[in-house]
Ligand binder design. Structure first.
Ligand SMILES: [Fe+2]
Length: 440
């Protein structure tokens, strides 16, 4: 909910345990096995302890959200980052919230022609480009426009990616892994005024069930399953770098195969609450802990007691993982994840200017603004911060090889051969730079 009082919770799908949904989970033995495995490894007592602590902290977070509203999101100026920003408290705050805004990354004198170029590329080639929603696209499946390549390789954005990657902890003994940024190719969003968009409700990227089942990924969250909220760390690159988000699915989108330390976008136009921006859940630790523990607990029959975590029953035998699937991301809803208080705590980010950027940790719950009541197009280019890791490097090299030919990046099956597009330039003149940025 934004500070704008007219925002009401949109018609995003609710996640319910109706018979059809439960049957889907019951029919696949991997779900029940996942629950049993974790119960066996960490024990009922730890899981219950984590559940109570997490739900209690979520109540305190809701209070903080009521007080701070969207002021809870840390905002930094690019100039300050360029000067070396020495502000340990601010950095701690960014790490706690798990998302942040950096203003003034690309000057408007540069961003305006880039946006015009992008629009022209889309308009000229529109018959060949797919988009979502199909009838009236807001997200365009283009990957190789000169506008995108200019942005991705812009020195300020590359510096910012490195800075964002550095918010994670790295082990010095691991020479394969570093904050040096790789460039992950993604799509663009151009939303016409008035265009509703309900396609991306509350969700977490980077995989679904694999968080509980893929051994390395599960280990990333051992602090949560052990009930050790004090020791939690969502920034341990040594643990996270080898987690396989593509354990069940090698296709991209919600279950991208690449680790982005922070997913992000660069605003190509002004955006504002209810004008085609993004909503973020302002705490990375609590939301993911709650999502991971939620399948182990059943709600009380008496609905008036739902918000009391002590009234929930530990249940290691079921197979329902609310909102999780093998091949998509992790979806969330107010009824399936009540203690997150999504209607209250999922917040629009503040108004942004063209050239500003938003970044959110790969475990942060987010949703695309369902509304756009403004009167100009709202446009963003998805450009993430992607660290150098063994898995990422391998992916990026494959990405370079495909994109050098004009083909869509390997995570996206919806792209087409852009080498035939009017205005396509590929990596022309920047081959060496893109080779470096793509792992060669
Ligand atoms: Fe997402």
């Amino acid at each position: 909910m934004s500070t704008n009082k007219s925002f009401s919770w949109p018609n995003w799908p609710d996640i319910t345990d109706d018979a059809t949904t439960l049957k889907h989970y019951l029919d696949d033995p991997d779900y029940v096995a996942a629950k049993q495995k974790i119960t066996q490894m960490f024990g009922q007592e730890s899981l219950v302890q984590g559940w109570i602590k997490t739900c209690t902290e979520l109540e305190a977070l809701a209070k903080e959200v009521r007080e701070k509203r969207e002021g809870i999101f840390p905002v930094i100026e690019m100039e300050d980052i360029a000067r070396g920003l020495d502000a340990p408290e601010k950095l701690d705050e960014i790490r706690r919230i798990g998302s942040f805004i950096v203003r003034g990354v690309i000057p408007s004198s540069e961003i305006e022609p880039i946006f015009e170029d992008l629009k022209e590329y889309i308009a000229t080639n529109k018959d060949e480009i797919t988009g979502y929603p199909h009838e009236n696209p807001a997200i365009y499946c283009v990957y190789s426009s000169p506008a995108q390549n200019n942005l991705r390789s812009h020195p300020k954005l590359v510096d910012l990616m490195r800075w964002a990657n550095n918010l994670w902890d790295y082990s010095e003994s691991d020479s394969d892994t570093s904050p040096n940024p790789l460039v992950y190719a993604d799509r663009v969003r151009v939303r016409a005024p008035g265009a509703e968009f309900l396609g991306l409700g509350p969700h977490i990227d980077s995989g679904g069930l694999c968080r509980w089942t893929e051994p390395v990924y599960r280990e990333v969250y051992s602090d949560i399953f052990s009930g050790n909220l004090e020791g939690r760390n969502r920034y341990n690159m040594s643990k996270r770098k080898d987690a396989d988000q593509g354990f069940y699915s090698r296709s991209g989108d919600l279950a991208s195969t690449v680790l982005r330390s922070f997913q992000g976008w660069t605003a190509l136009t002004k955006t504002a609450p209810q004008e085609g921006t993004i909503l973020l859940y302002p705490n990375v630790h609590l939301a993911i802990a709650y999502v991971l523990l939620r399948p182990f607990f059943s709600p009380p029959a008496d609905e008036t007691k739902i918000m009391d975590p002590h009234e929930w029953t530990f249940d290691a035998s079921g197979s329902w993982f609310p909102g999780a699937s093998k091949t998509g991301g992790q979806c969330l809803s107010p009824s399936s994840h009540p203690h997150l208080r999504l209607k209250e705590c999922l917040l629009h980010v503040p108004a942004l200017d063209a050239g500003d950027t938003v970044w959110w940790h790969s475990d942060v719950c987010h949703a695309v603004d369902p509304e756009h009541v403004g009167n100009i197009e709202a446009s963003v280019a998805y450009i993430a911060a992607t660290p150098t890791t063994r898995i990422n490097k391998e992916h990026m090299r494959g990405q370079y090889d495909k994109m050098a030919l004009g083909l869509a990046p390997p995570d996206y099956s919806d792209g087409v051969d852009e080498s035939k597009f009017k205005g396509f330039q590929g990596f022309e003149g920047k081959e060496a730079l893109f080779k470096t940025l793509m792992g060669y």
